[in-house]
Write a protein that binds this ligand. Structure first.
Ligand code: ADE
Length: 242
């Protein structure tokens, strides 16, 4: 997978993409990330990338020309590459969207900043607009990093354990249950007995039930869309208010 990120602040990407799993994924060739400075594609003497909004009002708006020039130069000759504008007005980023994006060979991410981006970028250059949540960030950079992270860890080979992504929270529409490691008793708080039992079938059932219970308690909205077996429904029925 190759990511092309278009930003006015490329140095923001230095830290987060150079640690841990993302670092290893790049070293091992599963993913490559190029950060392109939109300012480099402004052709005027002062490399201006923003301007006052037509019609007045506060804040500045990112100009369309440098963004179009940057994306069209970098993606010249390419077809079928999603060009995603990060904006709080986009469709909501979820694990399902991460899985969808993980199917592409190359993805372009445009980071907006200031009051916004000239509407023509969204209309005539971007093929998709994504928001990472219902809140407003100072720019699309952090949102782009979230997408790179969530998509990269889904690529085959990136995580040591290939089954790990199947058990993630949200992988099957449920939150994950609790995890424990040594010591078995910490400050008097014991790990649930069943996890020490060695009974793998019972442990798997317990984990499923914990996932169901946690989802019911914390995100009941997710249960409506989750893939539940008759056994799951029977378990949940015990917690329904009578
Ligand atoms: N830019 C500003 N806020 C954002 C958000 N919530 N998601 C994506 N891009 C953004």
């Amino acid at each position: 997978m190759h990511f092309d990120i278009f930003s006015l602040f490329p140095s923001m990407f230095r830290g987060p993409l150079e640690e841990s799993i993302l670092k290893r994924a790049q070293e091992r060739g599963y993913v490559s990330i190029a950060v392109h400075n939109i300012r480099d594609y402004a052709t005027d003497k002062h490399h201006i990338t923003d301007d006052a909004p037509y019609g007045g009002g506060g804040g500045m708006v990112m100009k369309p020309e440098p963004i179009f020039a940057a994306v069209e130069t970098v993606l010249a000759g390419e077809t079928g590459v999603p060009i995603i504008l990060l904006t709080p007005q986009g469709r909501l980023f979820t694990q399902a969207v991460a899985r969808e994006l993980a199917g592409y060979r190359r993805i372009a991410l445009i980071c907006g900043h200031y009051e916004g981006v000239d509407e023509r970028v969204g209309q005539y250059l971007a093929t998709d607009e994504i928001s990472i949540g219902d809140y407003v960030l100072t720019g699309g950079e952090l949102a782009a990093m979230v997408i790179v992270d969530a998509v990269t860890r889904l690529l085959p080979g990136v995580l040591g354990d290939p089954g790990a992504v199947l058990e993630d929270s949200h992988a099957d529409g449920l939150l994950e249950g609790p995890h424990y490691t040594r010591p078995a008793v910490f400050r008097g708080w014991a790990v649930p007995e069943i996890l020490l039992s060695g009974n793998h079938a019972a442990i798997a059932r317990w984990r499923r039930e914990q996932a169901l219970l946690r989802t019911l308690q914390r995100r009941p909205d997710l249960l409506a869309k989750a893939n539940l077996t008759p056994q799951d429904r029977q378990f949940l029925a015990k917690f329904e208010p009578s």
